[in-house]
Every structure is written in C-alpha cells, then in structure tokens.
Design a binder for this molecule. Structure first.
Ligand code: FES
Ligand code: FES
Length: 163
C-alpha cells in the first residue's frame, strides 16, 4: 500500500501575480508550473540539470526548475517564458529569435529565451562572448547555437531604437 502523500500549498508571485500552487513535497518547480499552474512553456527534457530547457527566473536569477523543489519557492518570485512573452518590452527579443531562425523543433527555445532575458536584465548591452557564456547551460539537439547570440544582439539594437 503506497503511503499517502501530503500536498503543500506554495504561495509565490508567478509572472507578476500572486499564486498559490498545490504541490507534493517532492515536486520540482518545473512539475508544479506544468501541473499546478498549467504553464507548459517551461520544458521538461533531461530532468538532470544538464540541458537548460526548464530554465526560469527565480528572484532575479536564472535557475533550473527541474533542480528546484516547488516548496523551496514559498514567498519567491518566479518568471517563466509565458511571463516574458506577455511583457511588450521583450517582444523585440522574440521577434529577433524569429528573424534569425534561432529555433528548429523549438523544444529548447523557451529555456534559451529565459536565459537570454536573464542576461539582458543584468547586462543590457552584452558582447557576443557574453551572450554565448550566458547560454552555455542551454543545449539544443537541433544545433541552433550560432543563431542565439545573433538574435540577442539584434534584439539589443532594436530595443535601443525603441528607447
Ligand atoms: S530539464 Fe532541467 S536541466 Fe534539463
Ligand atoms: S530547436 Fe530543437 S532542440 Fe533546440
């Protein structure tokens, strides 16, 4: 007979809004985002902390949500790719990804976008090397690597025009 699992309520700020998520104590943040919050943009790929597909921004820092327990996020601020896409400020980044074809199957793309946004939060005018370094933890099986830095640098130029 399996033991009963007692769920917890985790109160956090998710994409700018207060939310309470019901999660089992062993649930990762990635799992809670998908199954308790209904947000499917944060991808589940390796589940081992090596691919970056599950990247979210937790209290201003890019983290791997498959390596973060949901219960650890009580009182914290989480931003997912959906929250970034909802902010008009970041539309130039998304447009640049499309212009540069920085995706093929697209499965890894949300993780790359979140890492790129976390970089630009801290460093709004990065060099190509800094872009590559910020994305070093993101793996793309389709091999789109050269296009990400190009897209980010193009987005920076577009954002500067709009400022
Ligand atoms: S699914 Fe989290 S790092 Fe790969
Ligand atoms: S675009 Fe397919 S895994 Fe990156």
């Amino acid at each position: 007979m399996p033991k009963e699992i007692h769920t917890r309520t985790v109160a956090l700020t998710l994409n700018g809004k207060p939310r309470s998520l019901t999660a089992a104590p062993h649930w990762t943040l990635q799992r809670a985002l998908r199954f308790a919050a209904g947000l499917t943009g944060t991808k589940h790929m390796c589940d081992r902390g090596v691919c970056g597909s599950c990247t979210v921004i937790l209290d201003g820092r890019a983290v791997l949500s498959c390596q973060t327990l949901a219960v650890e996020c009580e009182g914290k601020t989480v931003q997912t790719v959906e929250g970034i896409a909802a902010e008009p400020k970041w539309q130039p980044l998304i447009d640049a990804y499309c212009r540069h074809d920085a995706m093929q199957c697209g499965y890894c793309t949300p993780g790359f976008l979140v890492s790129a946004k976390a970089l630009l939060d801290k460093n709004p005018n990065p060099t190509e090397a800094e872009c590559r370094e910020a994305l070093a933890g993101n793996i793309c099986i389709c091999g789109t690597y050269p296009r990400h830095a190009e897209a980010i640098l193009d987005a920076v130029r577009e954002m500067a025009k709009e400022a």
